[in-house]
Design a protein around this ligand. Structure first.
Ligand code: PEP
Length: 252
């Protein structure tokens, strides 16, 4: 079965100004590669305040919009939050969940992420579910155990697998310039797929898309994308540059 590639650009809390966003979008427009979009989906994750500010520009480039997070509750007295249903109401199709920065800086637990996944499933919102091990966990031989634990917590909440993408993002590779080797990423993502086959079904394991994320750039992406279990990338720092278009080109 061939899976459609999916590339995400996670802007995090960047750029600093609305003007800089517009400049980046102009540069992207100039460098837009002519790739077969039936084979590559692209979604951009701007900061929440700008979720709808650039919809027209993104759509003009053929890109979807993806939130970086959502709340774990329904509507109500939850100051500072937004719900999965709010995102659907805004016309969004995707959100990231469980990014390592949410887990490490904001204390999100596996259970919190699972609750959020459940709310997105109820609302019909697609989730790019981020999982991945820390350096000491990799060095301690615990990589597969950590991925299974983070993913396993969410499995009871998932009914519609067409609305789930997994982003394998080793924490030691995020924002560090230390990309996983193609062999490391492939071995781990193969193990994630094997786990899904055993814990859910072989059909789900075969169809679910697994991105690699962690210091992906235009120089290292071509070797990574050759791996059979890498179905695209979640890109942080390099998605804030005009050359993000080169990554899309390499995938397509
Ligand atoms: C990320 O934040 O999801 C990420 C992968 O960041 P970077 O590409 O900068 O490592």
């Amino acid at each position: 079965m061939s899976r459609k590639f999916i590339v995400g650009g996670n802007w995090k809390c960047n750029p600093k100004t609305y003007k800089e966003c517009n400049e980046l979008l102009k540069a992207w427009k100039k460098a837009l590669p002519n790739v077969d979009r039936s084979k590559v989906e692209v979604v951009i994750c701007p900061p929440a305040l700008w979720l709808t500010s650039f919809t027209e520009s993104f759509e003009g480039l053929g890109f979807g919009v993806c939130a970086q997070n959502c709340g774990k509750t329904d509507a109500g007295a939850f100051t500072g939050e937004w719900t999965a249903a709010n995102l659907v109401d805004l016309g969004l199709k995707w959100t990231l969940l469980g990014h390592s920065e949410r887990r490490s800086l904001y204390g999100e637990t596996d259970e919190d992420v699972a609750e959020k996944v459940g709310k997105c499933q109820e609302a019909g919102l697609g989730v790019i579910l981020c999982i991945g091990e820390k350096l000491e966990e990799r060095e301690g031989g615990k990589t597969d155990e950590v991925n299974k634990r983070q993913l396993g917590a969410c499995l009871p909440k998932i009914k519609d697998w067409d609305k789930i993408v997994i982003a394998y993002e080793p924490v030691w590779a995020i924002g560090t310039g230390k990309v996983a080797t193609p062999e490391q990423a492939e071995e781990t993502q193969k193990a994630i797929r094997a786990y899904l086959s055993q814990a859910v079904s072989s059909a789900v394991a075969e169809k679910v898309r697994i991105q690699y994320g962690g210091s992906v750039n235009p120089e290292n992406c071509a070797e990574l994308i050759k791996q059979p279990n890498i179905d695209g990338f979640l890109v942080g720092g390099a998605s804030l540059k005009p050359s993000f278009m080169d990554i899309i080109s390499a995938v397509g």
